[in-house]
Design a protein around this ligand. Structure first.
Ligand code: ZN
Ligand code: ZN
Length: 261
């Protein structure tokens, strides 16, 4: 079974009550896979009772602060919990990043006195590019670039990605931030999607649902997250609008919510 834990569901707008910046965990076989790491994600996950030492990989959609602001703290919390665990843990946590400068910054921020970041639980950072970026222990992640941060210069890598996550027979698409719905088509068209997790920081629920319905995409359910100011003004009304177009299997993600797709 695969579970999704929403840690933060807010876009990078000004601070909003009871909503932190974007981060979610896909849990599979008791292992944790993070998608974005917005403010205080490590704090929230730990207090939700999740075992952060079971983290295997962290995927960052793009280098905006509402998606990476909690990363140094998350790494810090993992190392802190490890030091209290009383047993030697030797696995690596893989980080998939749109820019290696993110990891260089995190390493510089974290100063472990006399203790390297690669002792015990280690960290390995890799650049994301289009295609399968991860496939281990029954969980596969495919990345696809989008235009949220524009087109890269010649020879430069794409800076912003959506992900297809496959585990336990489920197919989940996480949009990250993006410009147009058509950018999600390569992932949506690769097979039936059980759950589309899509951001509302730059899009309306009508736009998202109309695209999925009119383009006849095989999407069983839609979860909205990375909520922008408009949707937060009247979430009930927005959900009503979404369901009027897509049907009952649309929902608004809340911080600290857990669901199974
Ligand atoms: Zn964002
Ligand atoms: Zn962004």
């Amino acid at each position: 079974m695969v579970k999704i834990h929403f840690l933060g569901t807010c876009a990078g707008t000004e601070p909003q009550p009871n909503r932190r910046h974007s981060a979610l965990i896909v849990e599979h076989r008791q292992r944790l896979y993070w998608f974005d790491a917005g403010e205080s994600c490590g704090y929230t996950a730990h207090l939700m009772g999740l075992d952060l030492l079971q983290t295997r990989a962290i995927f960052i959609s793009h280098p905006h602060m509402d998606h990476i602001g909690g990363l140094p703290h998350l790494i810090w919390v993992i190392k802190k919990l490890e030091s209290r665990a009383g047993e030697a843990l030797e696995h690596n946590i893989e980080l998939f990043l749109p820019a290696l400068a993110i990891w260089q910054g995190v390493e510089q921020m974290l100063f472990f006195k006399g203790r390297a970041l690669d002792e015990g639980i280690g960290f390995q950072a890799a650049l994301i590019s289009d295609g399968i970026v991860y496939s281990e222990e029954g969980l596969k992640v495919t990345a696809r670039h989008n235009l949220h941060l524009g087109r890269p210069g010649p020879g430069e890598p794409w800076q912003s990605f959506a992900f297809l996550i496959e585990a336990a027979g489920k197919r989940i698409v996480y949009s990250g931030d993006f410009k147009t719905m058509a950018e999600l088509a390569p992932l949506l068209d690769s097979g039936p999607v059980d759950l589309l997790l899509v951001e509302t920081g730059h899009h309306t629920v009508e736009e998202i649902c109309s695209y999925v319905v009119e383009q006849k995409k095989a999407v069983a359910s839609i979860g909205f997250t990375h909520h922008g100011r408009e949707i937060l003004q009247d979430p009930d009304l927005e959900l009503e609008k979404a369901r009027a177009i897509f049907g009952p299997k649309a929902f608004l993600a809340e911080d600290r919510m857990t669901m199974t797709p």
